[in-house]
Design a protein around this ligand. Structure first.
Ligand code: ATP
Length: 684
């Protein structure tokens, strides 16, 4: 049997060298890649009744032209044509943009099929595609057409055809990856049929079955990866059981300027117990914004140090790395711990110096960005690695760092409040600790929503807080897909704010600013020289300036709940009352709901739960910010149960000898192997 995973796409009739190059740009090299290049949605050519269609839904309707089209021109090129079409007893206003040449085809009485976006309030259909000929209608009506993400010179139509062709030629060679018992237990489609139906579903029931199979496969692979890692680590047992002088750690904690909350103390105890085990720690520490994760990290780095090991702390951005270095230094320097910063933007000389310190073990704690996992960094008895905002680091990056030491203890910190059960399922191989309590005396951040035209009163409020010696953040509107526009926008906001905030000083920080400049602006904000910090990107503000008491977020409805909550978490980090002002005029129901939730609750876990309920797709769990892994087919909320089932199956498989030895598991093992070289050695 031909291995479709090894066959180049040029084996498919109609794909020459040139076309193969274009496909390569989409990451498609082999025939199997082609099969696995799944559509991200389907165009639904099943005729719908407008009465049942939701607002803004894309629908296909059949109707009779009931009038003469009217064309309006905007300049010489742009046009808008509209005509009444009668369907299901409703007079729908059909609108075309820049398609005036279709006018002659739209004569009264003609039956047409139109695909477009439905405006339920205006009874209007903005047409995307019009099917006039009977032939075309016959070909498409009633079907679900796959839509692929394509770029460059690859066209969807062509891609569809070659995938069909590939199935004709090689479909039967698609290998089953799941063992027969799992297929039977869950009544899954075989891999070939599932893939075929994913591309060419006959109806939604059909599609549902195919999706079910692909989701299970994807989640099982995901869980297997984790379980294999965990399995090998446990088997090797070569973590180091540290001999932690607990009395010293206790002294450290006693000397802190505050008492740890019960939650902090409990979590610290859990992690300290891990350090003393021969199995390397692999723990997720989740805690709401401002719950005090950093001091727990500091205490652990200290425990690691007094046990005779080097420690590392990895942050997602330079600003955060710098801030952490600063904070950790404040905590640990009095105990003779040398903290060294290592970031990408340091000069060659600074870097060399830092690297030398790290290698010789003169640096006891290294704080940095991704720069930490580069080849040139050689650690000296690396015993503990802590990563902050762990979701920004991929599995491989984490594993790389792990390999640098002698299998160090690893703690991942995240502020994204993922309900605990979901966290345990998603991070299959980790233990989970949760700080579910804020330091005493914290007041909930007072959150209000204002309309964009209330600019004046917002300024007044910032003035008032600044007069009291407090500081403020202003987050600029988010303009997706264009950094340039973002920047322009930020400067515009600054220009508007500066005079309005006189005599208080404003500073701007954005992604494009050189590192040194960022550092300077941040430094001035921390020291209070700048009163109001204007910022474009969310990441740049993952900081701790307890004196800041106001957070203004422009266009708040455009951020997801998780992001909004993160941003709001930048204030309310002391005993003083803090405020969050959401500047928003939401039109959509989701936008309104988000604003309502934000103004009603301050508790991250509660927000996560509520969001799960309303489930704005692409909001909490759909976006990268959520901290959960992203999948091709699976959806963590919808398929949450499958995730848990897959986890249990993966645990059982990995712990059975059959999985490692028997033929029926070979395709699974091979697929895992193909995923990443890092896993390969587990199969030797
Ligand atoms: N037990 C405590 N009592 C009083 N203040 C505390 C306590 N623990 C931490 N803090 C202070 O609370 C502030 C927030 O703590 P920290 O920066 O560790 O939060 P975090 O959990 O990392 O938050 P985020 O994820 O929002 O960055 C800091 O100024 C810290 O000094």
């Amino acid at each position: 049997m031909t291995k479709v995973s090894r066959l180049p796409v040029t084996e498919v009739a109609g794909i020459g060298a040139q076309r193969a190059k274009h496909l390569a740009q989409l990451g498609i090299y082999t025939v199997l890649d082609l099969f696995e290049y799944l559509p991200y949605r389907y165009e639904d050519y099943r005729i719908r009744d407008v009465h049942d269609a939701a607002h803004e839904e894309t629908i296909t309707v059949r109707g009779k032209v009931a009038g003469v089209p009217a064309v309006r021109w905007y300049g010489r090129k742009k046009s808008r044509m509209s005509v009444k079409v009668q369907t299901d007893g409703v007079w729908v206003n059909a609108v075309w943009f820049n398609r005036h040449y279709l006018k002659d085809k739209l004569y009264p009485g003609r039956t047409v099929v139109l695909v477009g976006k439905w405006d339920r309030h205006r009874l209007q259909l903005t047409v995307k595609r019009s099917l006039f000929s009977e032939k075309e209608q016959k070909r498409l009506l009633g079907r679900l057409e796959p839509v692929y993400s394509v770029s460059g010179s690859v066209r969807i139509e062509w891609l569809r055809n070659v995938i069909r062709q590939a199935f004709d030629q090689f479909g039967d060679d698609i290998e089953e990856t799941l063992p027969p018992e799992l297929i039977r237990r869950y009544k899954l489609l075989n891999r070939r049929d599932a893939l075929y139906v994913m591309h060419f579903p006959r109806d939604s029931r059909d599609g549902h079955q195919a999706r079910r199979r692909m989701v299970y496969e994807e989640l099982l692979m995901f869980q297997l990866k984790w379980q294999v890692l965990r399995h090998t680590r446990k088997k090797r047992l070569n973590g180091t059981a540290k001999n932690v002088p607990l009395d010293k750690v206790r002294e450290f904690i006693k000397a802190l300027p505050f008492t740890l909350t019960d939650a902090q103390a409990r979590v610290l105890k859990e992690a300290l117990a891990d350090l003393q085990q021969p199995v390397a720690m692999n723990r997720l520490l989740q805690g709401d914004v401002g719950s005090g994760k950093t001091v727990v990290a500091a205490a652990l780095l200290y425990a690691n140090y007094v046990s005779g090991f080097q420690g590392a702390l990895m942050a997602p951005t330079e600003i955060l790395a710098e801030q952490h270095a600063h904070t950790i230094r404040e905590y640990l320097q009095p105990y003779g711990v040398d903290v060294v910063l290592l970031t990408g933007s340091m000069t060659a000389r600074e870097k060399r110096e830092a690297l030398g310190m790290v290698q010789m073990g003169l640096a006891h704690v290294v704080v940095g960005t991704h720069a930490l996992i580069q080849e040139s960094v050689h650690f000296h008895r690396l015993g503990l690695v802590i990563t902050d905002e762990q979701h920004r680091f991929g599995v491989n990056q984490r594993a790389k760092l792990r390999e640098k030491g002698e299998d160090p203890d690893v703690l991942f910190m995240t502020a994204t409040p993922i309900p605990r059960t979901l966290a345990i399922s998603a991070y299959g191989d980790m233990d989970v600790s949760t700080i579910d309590q804020l330091p005493a005396g914290r007041k909930p951040v007072k959150t209000v929503q204002v309309k964009p035209n209330q600019f004046g009163s917002v300024m007044e409020f910032i003035h008032k807080e600044c007069r009291r010696g407090r500081q403020a953040y202003v987050i600029c509107p988010l303009i997706e897909e264009s950094e340039k526009l973002d920047l322009q926008n930020a400067y515009d906001v600054l220009e508007q704010l500066e005079p309005a905030l006189q005599p208080y000083r404003t500073g701007l920080i954005h992604g494009k600013l050189p590192a040194k400049e960022k550092e300077r602006v941040m430094g001035e904000f921390v020291s209070g020289k700048i009163h109001v910090l204007v910022s474009t990107t969310v990441v740049e503000v993952g900081v701790n300036v307890p004196n800041a008491s106001v957070m203004v977020i422009y266009d708040a409805e455009r951020f997801g709940l998780a992001q909004l909550h993160q941003l709001r978490g930048r204030v309310g980090r002391s005993d003083e009352q803090a405020y969050c002002i959401l500047v928003a005029d939401p039109k959509s129901d989701t936008g309104k709901e988000r604003m309502r939730i934000m103004t009603e609750t301050d508790d991250g876990f509660e927000i996560a739960r509520k969001d799960l309920k309303i489930r704005g797709p692409g909001d909490f769990f759909g976006v990268k910010q959520s901290g959960l892994p992203e999948f091709k087919v699976a959806d963590l909320i919808e398929d949450y149960r499958v995730l848990e089932v897959a986890r249990q199956d993966a645990v059982k498989l990995v712990n059975s000898d059959a999985f490692w030895e028997e033929e029926r598991f070979r395709p699974l093992r091979e697929q895992l192997e193909g995923e990443d070289v890092l896993y390969r050695k587990n199969f030797d």
